[in-house]
Design a binder for this molecule. Structure first.
Ligand code: SF4
Ligand code: MG
Length: 331
């Protein structure tokens, strides 16, 4: 994806004002085949919009998305349908994304019918049974309805439905955040296994860095429509450079992460994307902000810490020198 922007027009609000919501503002990403790429940020940072832009469920205001060497913006009709088969979405809420009046067999059989119209009914039934097995459910579950399943099982059904078209890329928008913590790890492990077995590329959207730690290769941290830090998961966890990333990491309980990464606390609410702060968009909440941050927008710069690790902060060298990440040499 290159230079992606998505601006929504807002019309006639309470004050009669209209304006632009800069939900995604100049984002470039290069997701590699077979990897798990995480996009992390607070709700409202634009990560769900970005995911929909990547899948062309939304049309970008500016910029382009290339998938397997093909510019998605140039595709129409049948070509776009074929591409849709290769990219599937897993929704946050398995409760609302499954039609309650359809049996599980129908829910999974429907995309099979759409994408493989030559399949016989028997082939379809066999395929549904195989997909159920793949996600840890049983063939007889095909006869049942979504309300008969737990949240975790429903998300497994959602994943089986996404896999029905034999996609190359699966994008999960907070796929486990509606689930009990005890079930989250199971679903995350399932996605990891499927990636390895099927050679999938997986993009995971999350608001919580802890959730993506063990299943992702690389991560992009988003704030107010922009990527503020990106790198391998190991590098970002060991050498967080952007104050926002440090704050997100410090919010992870010690029990989950083993030790506190940084003491940076996050103050205040995220400003509205309709009216982002000048300069560095994080300056209204950043404990290290200086005058320069109010006027000059920092660009993503290589940190030198690890492969392609970049952060967008004028002062990340000084901050790391003054406040090394506790217990981590050379951070
Ligand atoms: Fe904070 Fe300034 Fe860095 Fe932005 S550029 S993250 S405000 S120190
Ligand atoms: Mg969202």
């Amino acid at each position: 994806a290159h230079g992606l922007k998505k601006h929504f027009k807002t019309g006639g609000g309470m004050m009669g004002a209209s304006g632009l919501i800069r939900a995604v503002d100049d984002v470039s990403l290069d997701i590699r085949r077979g990897e798990t790429f995480a996009i992390v940020g607070e709700s409202g940072c634009g990560k769900s919009t970005l995911a929909r832009l990547l899948m062309r469920l939304l049309t970008p205001t500016e910029g382009d998305v290339t998938f397997d060497g093909v510019d998605m913006g140039a595709l129409k009709g049948r070509d776009l349908t074929a591409l849709r088969r290769d990219m599937q979405f897993i929704f946050q809420d398995p409760f609302s994304s499954l039609n309650p009046r359809m049996s599980v067999g129908k829910l999974i059989g429907e995309p099979l019918e759409t994408h493989f119209p030559d399949m016989t009914a028997q082939q379809r039934r066999d395929k549904v049974a195989a997909l159920l097995g793949r996600v840890g459910l049983r063939p007889e579950h095909a006869e049942r309805y979504p309300h008969e399943f737990s949240g975790g099982q429903r998300q497994r059904i959602g994943i089986a439905r996404a896999l029905a078209s034999a996609p190359k890329l699966v994008i999960g928008d907070e796929p486990v955040s509606a689930l009990d913590v005890s079930v989250q790890a199971q679903v995350i492990n399932l996605l990891g296994d499927l990636r390895d077995e099927l050679g999938l590329t997986v993009v995971i959207i999350a608001h919580d860095l802890a959730v993506i730690r063990h299943m992702s290769d690389r991560v992009a941290v988003m704030y107010l429509g922009q990527i503020v830090e990106q790198g391998t998961v190991d590098t970002v966890f060991q050498h967080p450079r952007h104050p926002y990333t440090r704050a997100l990491l410090s919010a992870i309980p010690v029990a989950t992460y083993g030790q506190r990464v940084s003491q940076t606390a996050l103050h205040g609410e995220m400003p509205s994307p309709a009216n982002p702060p000048s300069g560095c968009r994080f300056h209204t909440r950043c404990p290290y902000a200086q005058d320069r941050c109010k006027t000059g927008a920092p660009a993503l710069r290589l940190t030198g810490d690890g492969e392609d690790h970049v952060a967008a902060c004028h002062f990340f060298e000084d901050i790391a020198a003054a406040e090394p990440v506790p217990g981590r040499a050379g951070a």
